[in-house]
Ligand binder design. Structure first.
Ligand SMILES: *Cc1c(COP(=O)(O)O)cnc(C)c1O
Length: 414
């Protein structure tokens, strides 16, 4: 008991002031900063202002969304007034990473709010041209792992299949910003990738990523999925995509028909902020779930964008409501020009501590660091195991109380 108290004191003495989750008057987390209805209003105003002659049918066509992407500073400044830091980024053409935003995604951004979360995630600023010493163009060492142009085989039983370098919208913090947007067609390498998977019976899980694989046509996706599922040792396929958020119009009945043919098919949806969940994206995600696709999310922890307890909780609750299980929260990779996006790992741990216990376990993703140099993902937890002796493990719970769990003595064998 004395030990228990000593432990408690030690932990309390060392503890940083806790980051507390924010509750409303009913003891529930507050509403998303912008509920879907507010976002829908923003989309309507945007369309009325900038696309008055575009019918619903045309706006809903994903090829329209692709062909009307905003790709230059001149185009962007028709929709919002660029700040000095933003304009300066475009002037550094040598250092600028690929830039494109779909009209749909731009419509979610309040043009009068320079601090808008989605704006900061897709509009470059001069900060991204600053390369600091610990950063790299390929922090995950994927170049080294990619035996073939389109395959990263890092873990024994699963591979990352890079299908395309194209995205409808480019995230400024992209871990593959060194390659996305460049015109090299990866499809030339697909057959070699498929042959590699077919000749490695230990591969049971294929992560189809890119770029964004949902920018491929229905026919091409269908044939890729058919080829993968035809390999007898491939037990599951996952698609990594941001399309339900940046171009939900892509989730057509035709695409759903293709996806329904393949089971088990998982989808990791890249989700950054609750402002992405307009009614249109909610519909896209519901359609995917209704079609039997198992949905998880991946979120990059980003300074000034989603690094608050309220924003993360809103995001994860909003996702669960549309049957997306928060899967990973990533510490931002040290990609070149990303310093302004990175939080400290301690901040990430403190944020995780505001989730566990305060909300459904289903709303709590795994916080991971994808280790620089290609070591794979490592889970990072707040300090829950606070001490250990010969008889017990001391655990701190979600409320900060210490509990003793009696441990078994190791019995020497023979
Ligand atoms: C993230 C990743 C995977 C999948 O990892 P899980 O933890 O199984 O989701 C596979 N290969 C590579 C190269 C990855 O980066």
């Amino acid at each position: 008991m004395a030990q228990h108290q000593a432990m408690e004191r030690a932990v309390v003495d060392d503890a940083e002031p806790p980051l507390l989750p924010v509750m409303d008057a009913n003891g529930r987390p507050g509403c998303p900063p912008n509920p879907p209805s507010a976002l829908d209003g923003r989309i309507e105003t945007f369309r009325r202002t900038h696309y008055p002659d575009t019918s619903d049918a045309v706006w809903e066509n994903w090829h329209f969304q692709l062909s009307h992407r905003i790709t230059t500073a001149e185009e962007l400044s028709r929709f919002l007034t660029l700040s000095e830091a933003e304009s300066a980024a475009f002037e550094r053409a040598d250092a600028l990473l690929s830039f494109a935003i779909t009209p749909h995604y731009l419509s979610l951004i309040d043009p009068n709010d320079r601090d808008n979360a989605l704006r900061k995630s897709v509009v470059p600023t001069i900060a991204e041209t600053i390369r600091s010493a610990d950063e790299s163009d390929d922090p995950l060492g994927e170049g080294e792992d990619s035996l073939l142009r389109c395959l990263v085989h890092r873990y024994p039983d699963r591979v990352l299949f890079l299908t395309t370098n194209f995205c409808s919208t480019y995230c400024r913090y992209c871990t593959r910003s060194r390659m996305v947007g460049h015109s090299e067609a990866l499809s030339f390498h697909w057959q070699k990738g498929l042959d590699y998977i077919a000749s490695h019976p230990e591969i049971r899980d294929v992560v189809v990523s890119g770029g964004d694989p949902l920018t491929l046509s229905d026919e091409v996706l269908d044939s890729l999925l058919a080829s993968l599922f035809a390999i007898s040792h491939v037990e599951m396929v996952r698609i990594g995509t941001k399309v339900p958020m940046v171009m939900p119009q892509r989730i057509t009945e035709g695409l759903l028909q293709v996806l329904r043919r393949y089971k088990p098919l998982y989808m990791s949806v890249h989700a950054t902020h609750p402002d992405e969940l307009s009614s249109r994206s909610v519909k896209a995600l519901n359609d995917l779930a209704d079609s039997g696709v198992v949905l998880g999310s991946q979120t990059v922890l980003l300074k000034g964008i989603n690094d608050s307890p309220e924003t993360l909780r809103s995001l994860f609750h909003s996702l669960l409501k549309v049957r997306v299980k928060p899967y990973y929260l990533y510490q931002c990779d040290p990609i070149s020009g990303s310093e302004h996006f990175r939080t400290t790992v301690d901040k990430g741990k403190a944020l995780m501590a505001t989730l566990r216990g305060f909300t459904s376990g289903y709303a709590v993703p795994q916080y991971v660091i994808d280790t620089p140099g290609g070591g794979g993902k490592v889970p990072i937890l707040p300090a829950y195991e606070v001490g250990q002796d010969d008889h017990a493990l001391y655990l701190r719970n979600w409320e900060g109380n210490i509990y003793r769990y009696p441990t078994l003595r190791e019995v020497a064998s023979c």
